[in-house]
Design a protein around this ligand. Structure first.
Ligand code: ADP
Ligand code: ZN
Length: 726
């Protein structure tokens, strides 16, 4: 069964791997086991019922509270070639009747319904005649008064569910404190239920809480660095929405308002404009967002304090569903806090108590001075497993703020220039540190004026600097050879006209470890932006023709992969993220010629996207040797994981084998795969000196279990590589 599910995943949706828990959930549903799924927004809940729906003979009913969401889902499914439809009050009587007929003919796999529609006598009679295999309740938290979006109609779902005794029941939600979870289970009378709770850590969201001083200025600064990006700005009141909307419009931004004071038609129009990329920014009250499935929302700003952690989490959750980085900025002032307190004081009894608890949790989050993921995840009953995430303001600030690195940048860049831009970060660092390694002497690089002028820093610091310079576009990296090159912006720094400031040791928090489907950072950082733009334009054109949102055609991730791998034929296009067989047929001829033409006119060539089968053909032994060799040629662990289509831990264990065979590997290259701070790394090394590095348990104990095994495995390898080579 699960094998078929995987085929559907690739064939229909164009994805290679399940996201965490998807496989387990789908397998349970296919086995008709009632299931409750708690997964953050963007976690991939939809596939949990869409894939079984495709495989079941009968119909899958999906209860969804929002009409706009249904339309969006059906449009997206349509693009994937999956027959789905909805019944609700927005349909004309003719369309309604046509849909009913299709259902009777068994022409649909999925039926989306609002709870009100489901409760209607006519609907129940209709469903009575159909073979229903799965009864799905989306946004299941609406059942609970403890959730943030209680809907009384949801209470009656348990009753209706009895109409389909042979259907499996699947309830899904993104927001569930343990209390809400329990409510869902009891209300739906789910007794022997499997419950799956995914991690609520959305690694790709950068969290920031900022002192609100001059909010308009602060927001304008923020937007300035994000041209062409889609985002949502939440305000407390309609008045505030209108004000900020006209201010931003006045400043020339592509922006629209959204709040309950606008007419229904206006709201729908504005929402559509946002979804279809006709407007980039929506300024809104909390009324906006529930029905938004847009995967490429790149930022969420809270102009005012959110009501509580759950709604905050729900709102920021609308950013970065595609797994690419997205920025969340919350502006916080004391007077906002007083405003909320004032509203709470109007309430009474239990309601007031709940509101006060909510406020306290929120304040704790906003005033927290350590990693923000700790209080945030704790609220959802999850313990954050790391010291720092590197993706929140506190973790970034902790690295002693910005510093001036102009002098070192000049040394580093002139060394690159003097070696003809043909070497990678490690080699440049070695020259600066005056290394006597063979390759340097052979190349006569010990005669360079930059040789040995960087003794003040460790090699690791130089490597970190190279990353900072890459982030700032002061350097670029040849994606094939890893050699560093200067950019048009470099000369201003070399001449001393421009300074370089930044944070050196920015911990890499967006590791792909348990997110196999997140696009690798190479694709995210190194795709060709010119081609990406061209593809975007094509996508918009196609979307407008069909009156559907651009992302229903392809998400950004797909376009990024196209502009990174430059696929030249149908076969390699099929390997691209999000390209299934139906979309291939439908859009291959629209996108391939653009890519081909681009490749002909530019100095780029196709890269093969690793397809697993190729790797599986080589035997295990050959593979780890291959991995070791390629690693020593300068490829990163991350890069290799992508190339071989495996997880990073697998690459690490391959390298360990390679090392154990008596080969050498570069310890610094291994350290790149660690997300620990230098301070922590030194601590682990000390411990390994003390208790040995061959077995990890003693190290784990010695460090009071503060460093997890995943990290220890990385450091073990680096440690062994270092010690065995010396
Ligand atoms: P949720 O409903 O949990 O918020 P969605 O079901 O809308 O999340 O999924 C978010 C995005 O992730 C969608 O664009 C979806 O196509 C994509 N996605 C889901 N599962 C996978 C997967 N296994 N591999 C790649 N992309 C996926
Ligand atoms: Zn953090």
């Amino acid at each position: 069964m699960i094998k078929q599910a995987k085929q559907v995943l690739k064939q229909t949706f164009g994805y290679d791997e399940f996201r965490p828990l998807q496989g387990d959930v789908i397998s349970d549903v296919l086995n008709k086991k009632d299931t409750l799924v708690i997964m953050p927004t963007g976690g991939g809940k939809s596939l949990c019922y869409q894939i079984p729906a495709i495989l079941f003979d009968g119909l899958t009913i999906v209860i969804s509270p929002l009409i706009s969401l249904m339309k969006d889902q059906v449009e997206q499914l349509d693009e994937f070639g999956v027959p789905a439809l909805f019944l609700n009050s927005t349909l004309t009587p003719e369309r309604y009747a046509a849909n009913v007929q299709k259902l009777k003919n068994g022409e649909a796999k999925l039926l989306y319904l609002a709870p009100e529609t489901l409760m209607m006598k006519s609907t129940r009679e209709l469903l009575d005649q159909l073979n229903v295999d799965c009864f799905t309740i989306d946004e299941a938290h609406c059942i609970s008064e403890w959730g943030h979006d209680f809907r009384p109609e949801y209470r009656q779902l348990a009753e209706v569910r009895k109409d389909f005794p042979t259907a499996v029941c699947l309830a899904l939600t993104a927001t569930a404190t343990p209390r809400v979870r329990e409510d869902i289970r009891t209300t739906l009378e789910m007794n022997k239920t499997e419950t799956y709770v995914a991690s609520f850590d959305r690694k790709n969201l950068l969290l920031q809480v900022v002192d609100k001083q001059e909010p308009l200025e602060q927001i304008l600064d923020f937007l300035y660095t994000r041209p062409k990006q889609s985002g949502i700005i939440y305000c407390f009141s309609r008045r505030q929405v209108n004000e900020l909307y006209s201010d931003l419009k006045h400043e020339g931004h592509s922006v629209l308002p959204y709040h309950a004071g606008l007419s229904e038609a206006q709201r729908t129009r504005n929402q559509e404009a946002f979804i279809r990329d006709n407007a980039q920014i929506i300024v809104a009250t909390i009324a906006f967002g529930m029905g938004i499935n847009k995967p490429d929302v790149r930022f969420v700003i809270h102009h005012d304090m959110p009501q509580n952690i759950e709604s905050y989490y729900q709102q920021i959750g609308r950013a970065g569903r595609d797994g690419l980085q997205a920025d969340c900025m919350l502006l916080y002032s004391y007077s906002d806090k007083q405003k909320i307190q004032y509203f709470i004081n109007q309430k009474e009894g239990e309601e007031k108590k709940i509101a006060e608890q909510h406020l306290a949790a929120l304040l704790n989050f906003m005033e927290y001075d350590d990693c923000r993921r700790k209080p945030l995840l704790k609220y959802f009953g999850e313990e954050y497993q790391h010291d720092e995430c590197g993706m929140c303001d506190n973790c970034l600030k902790y690295k002693d703020n910005m510093q001036d690195y102009t002098e070192q940048a000049q040394k580093y860049m002139s060394c690159i220039a003097r070696t003809d831009e043909t070497f990678g970060a490690y080699y440049i660092a070695d020259i600066l540190r005056g290394s006597k390694q063979k390759k340097i002497l052979e190349n006569d690089h010990d005669k360079l004026s930059t040789y040995g002028i960087g003794q003040e820093w460790t090699k690791n610091q130089w490597i970190q600097l190279s990353r900072l310079l890459l982030r700032k576009d002061l350097l670029k990296k040849d994606p094939d050879h890893g050699s560093l090159k200067l950019t048009s912006a470099s000369s201003a720094v070399l001449k001393g006209d421009e300074r370089v400031e930044g944070i050196l040791d920015r911990t890499q928090a967006t590791s792909d470890e348990d997110k196999p489907s997140r696009t690798s950072s190479d694709v995210e950082n190194l795709h060709n932006v010119d081609l990406f733009e061209k593809l975007r334009v094509k996508r918009k054109e196609l979307a407008d023709e069909q009156e559907i949102p651009p992302y229903a055609i392809f998400p950004d991730t797909t376009l990024m992969e196209m502009s990174f791998y430059f696929p030249q034929d149908d076969e390699s296009l099929m390997a691209i993220y999000g390209v299934g067989s139906v979309k291939m047929k439908k859009y291959g001829d629209d996108f391939l010629p653009i890519i081909k033409e681009f490749v002909q006119n530019n100095e780029v060539k196709e890269r093969t996207k690793a397809i697993k089968k190729k790797v599986e053909k080589t035997t295990e032994k050959k593979k780890y040797e291959l991995v070791g060799e390629e690693f020593n040629q300068g490829k990163s662990v991350e890069h290799l994981a992508e190339q071989f289509g495996v997880k990073e831990v697998t690459i690490l264990s391959n390298l360990k084998k390679y090392l154990d065979d008596g080969n050498k590997i570069d310890p610094d290259g291994i350290l790149e795969a660690s997300s620990l701070s230098q301070r922590k790394i030194d601590e682990v090394y000390e411990s390994m000196d003390k208790v040995g590095a061959d077995i990890l348990k003693p190290v784990y104990e010695d460090l009071d279990k503060t460093v997890d095994y995943g990290e220890l495995r990385v450091l073990q390898l680096a440690y062994l590589a270092e010690n065995r080579s010396s």
